[in-house]
Design a protein around this ligand. Structure first.
Ligand SMILES: [Zn+2]
Length: 307
């Protein structure tokens, strides 16, 4: 049996409030079925699209978040590097400042060295940096300047070593030369040609005579080693001191000798007692200075004033 499905309807009754009539909608069942299928299809499509986009958004969100993190990390690193650069700039500025200070100190050492050399009558060293015009120098902490400064410090160190050895030698020389009067007394006979007190002829007097009472302490005129201590014809009881540098001093006519050969003496050490021994007309000290064995005027070595 065939049942006709055509013209099957669905009745929808709309019952309003009591003032209005009841409405009866009559819709074909096939239309309702088609509408439901269409609506479901549309809803399913919308749902799929929503799910797809939601998934994509989640992926993009994660990706963006990751990139944000990387950017934040990079920014942090940049900030760290910037801080490091700042602290390095500060350090470089400090080193530049130090380099300038070192240069200034070297300048004052230069001045000091020149002063010491002038005081001791020493020559200026050939390696002196005095010729460099410091106003034109731009000392800063870079490799060239630092190497320059280091080489200057090296040169300066050599200068100072040389100066120290020159000063040491000069001080030894100054301590050694016969510059102190052996006694305080009047010079009764100077160095050079004189009329002999014995026969009125012209004779050469190889030293100076200092008149003092017998027994007066006779002092070494400078540092040295005793090379003679005994009787010497004409000179009487005599002491000779070798002062190095080719210089010798002689002390004659003593009453007593207080040193022995080989003894080291310093300036001012008592070496004898004065007297009238040998070829002498009265108590005095005959003081002689010899340079390379030849008598020279002791006044060249003696201080301007007796002490
Ligand atoms: Zn004399």
């Amino acid at each position: 049996m065939h049942i006709k499905k055509k013209n099957q309807y669905i009745n929808i009754m709309i019952i309003p409030d009591s003032q209005h009539k009841i409405k009866n909608l009559r819709i074909k069942k096939s239309i309702v079925t088609t509408s439901i299928i269409s609506l479901t299809t549309v809803l399913l499509m919308m749902f799929s699209i929503t799910v797809y986009y939601a998934g994509s958004y989640g992926y993009l969100y994660t990706k963006l978040k990751y990139k944000d993190n990387i950017i934040a990390e990079k920014e942090q690193k940049i900030a760290q590097l910037s801080n490091m650069k700042k602290s390095q700039d500060t350090k470089i500025a400090m080193l530049n400042d130090n380099a300038k200070k070192i240069d200034e100190k070297m300048k004052s050492l230069d001045d000091l060295e020149q002063k010491v050399r002038r005081m001791l009558g020493l020559n200026q060293p050939e390696t002196s940096r005095g010729e460099i015009n410091r106003d034109e120098r731009n000392i800063s902490f870079d490799n060239i300047s630092t190497n320059k400064l280091i080489s200057e410090i090296d040169n300066k160190t050599i200068d100072y070593k040389n100066l120290l050895s020159e000063v040491t030698n000069k001080l030894d020389y100054l301590n050694s030369i016969p510059s102190a009067y052996p006694v305080n007394g009047n010079i009764t006979s100077p160095f050079g040609n004189r009329v002999s007190p014995y026969d009125n002829t012209i004779e050469f007097h190889p030293g100076i005579d200092l008149a003092v009472d017998s027994g007066t302490p006779v002092k070494a005129a400078g540092k040295g080693i005793v090379t003679y201590a005994g009787w010497l014809s004409g000179y009487g009881n005599t002491v000779m001191i070798d002062h190095n540098y080719g210089i010798t001093s002689v002390y004659g006519h003593n009453s007593q000798i207080l040193v022995t050969v080989g003894q080291t003496v310093n300036r001012g050490d008592v070496i004898a007692k004065s007297g009238n021994s040998g070829r002498s007309t009265g108590p005095h000290v005959h003081f002689e200075v010899r340079l390379n064995g030849n008598p020279v005027d002791p006044m060249k070595y003696l201080a301007k004033e007796m002490k």
